[in-house]
Ligand binder design. Structure first.
Ligand SMILES: *Cc1c(COP(=O)(O)O)cnc(C)c1O
Length: 404
């Protein structure tokens, strides 16, 4: 039913030789490859239907506005939001979080209030809150994971109180692969009146999302990780909350009426989309989520889970290799260390074999340090990866071990 070999044909880059070897791409957690459907859609529009959106009253502008708003509807379907007015197009997940911090945060948080995040956050869901802490005098609280990188409910509940105004948490860690129980985390946050922001950068790639079921207040993800273009991301917010927030940036499209004395602002989502948006990227993202929905999120999850299981078995059979992040509930992200080898040197040798892995602190320095490392290699899975990819990775690691 899920024919991964057929699916791979949608991704032309996977057939490109790398250093003379087949392309074994295992860095989708940093950015995923794009199917031809996404590339073709953008190409055709640029060639035949390009104009600015929400402006001209002529054919091309009307057509492109329809396509842009259709992309918004696709995201609405992808996340099962109540309305497409709850979808704000931003540059990436990072901008989505910064938008919430700068608008909702500055309006609703005051000195002494607490923002609660997990120990496994990407810098994008840590540094904006730290900056707000320094600006407003709020407190930033951090709940711990255990040595396996697992979520610990008691650690979360220990820090959750009626001082907590926002819980900002990742759905899936980009270092550990840990999947956080965001529905339960949200339910518990709401009992103390806190709002919840979910960083779904990794989660949205691997799991079906239903924001009405999760009941989270905000959720962000990036287009380039969900098989779409870079330069585009999504901020979901419950409509009433978005509608209570001041603008993020000022200019065209986000206004209602403008005089020299006073300007009134447009309603969400347009209030938060100042200036000409990333038109083609938004439409490309609509096509990308449509691609995933056509394959079926459940099918993608099932395929990746089988492969995650296989990867865990294969990597743990390598002497001297330690996988960092061994949560029971984890997705296809494998950070690891090989004894006696700097990750950078390892990656260099893997690259010669056509294998792409990432190395470093993965924009989540605190969790890498907390697990006892400065730097790790990371292999991550996408919907197009196969057991053969893992076999090539394992063979290349064993080859590297012979050098050291
Ligand atoms: C990649 C990533 C981000 C940041 O995404 P950008 O596209 O760089 O804005 C945030 N959180 C997690 C968990 C990520 O994996």
């Amino acid at each position: 039913m899920y024919d991964v070999y057929k699916i791979r044909q949608d991704f032309p880059i996977l057939s490109v030789l790398i250093n003379g070897k087949p392309n074994t791409f295992l860095d989708s957690a940093a950015s995923a490859q794009k199917p031809a459907q996404v590339i073709e859609k953008m190409r055709c529009l640029y060639l035949e239907e390009y104009a600015n959106v929400h402006r001209g009253s002529y054919y091309l502008s009307e057509q492109i506005t329809i396509a842009y708003e259709e992309a918004r509807s696709k995201i609405h379907e992808f996340l099962n939001t109540k309305s497409d007015k709850e979808i704000v197009f931003v540059r990436n997940a990072t901008e989505g979080i910064n938008l919430v911090a700068a608008t909702w945060g500055r309006k609703y948080l005051k000195a002494g209030d607490e923002v609660l995040i997990s120990e496994a956050e990407h810098h994008a869901n840590l540094v904006p809150w730290q900056a707000l802490r320094d600006e407003l005098g709020i407190k930033l609280k951090i709940f711990k994971v255990n040595d396996k990188g697992e979520y610990q409910e008691e650690e979360y509940l220990k820090l959750l109180s009626d001082k907590t105004k926002l819980v900002a948490v990742t759905g899936m860690s980009n270092v550990l692969g840990t999947i956080f129980p965001i529905k339960e985390i949200t339910r518990q946050a709401h009992t103390v009146g806190a709002k919840v922001l979910v960083d779904a950068c990794q989660y949205a790639v691997h799991q079906k999302i239903d924001v009405q079921d999760l009941d989270c207040d905000f959720l962000v993800f990036s287009g380039h990780k969900t098989y779409g273009p870079s330069g585009i991301g999504v901020l979901y917010g419950k409509y009433d909350i978005l509608n209570s927030m001041p603008p993020y940036q000022y200019g065209g499209d986000m206004v209602d009426t403008v005089t020299y004395e006073k300007t009134t602002f447009n309603e969400p989502p347009f209030r938060f989309e100042a200036g000409t948006p990333a038109i083609m990227q938004a439409i490309g993202l609509g096509e990308a989520v449509n691609y995933m929905m056509t394959l079926g999120m459940q099918n993608i999850t099932a395929h990746e889970q089988e492969l995650t299981q296989y990867t865990t078995e294969q990597l743990s059979a390598i002497n001297g290799l330690k996988v960092v992040g061994e949560a029971k509930d984890k997705g296809g992200v494998f950070s690891f260390n090989v004894e006696g080898m700097h990750p950078q040197d390892l990656a260099f040798i893997l690259d010669k074999e056509g294998v792409a892995v990432r190395t470093g602190h993965h924009c989540a320095q605190p969790i890498v340090n907390r697990m006892g490392y400065e730097s790790l290699a990371r292999a991550s899975l996408g919907l197009y990866n196969t057991k053969e990819d893992i076999d090539v990775l394992v063979g290349a690691i064993r080859k590297a071990q012979k050098f050291f």
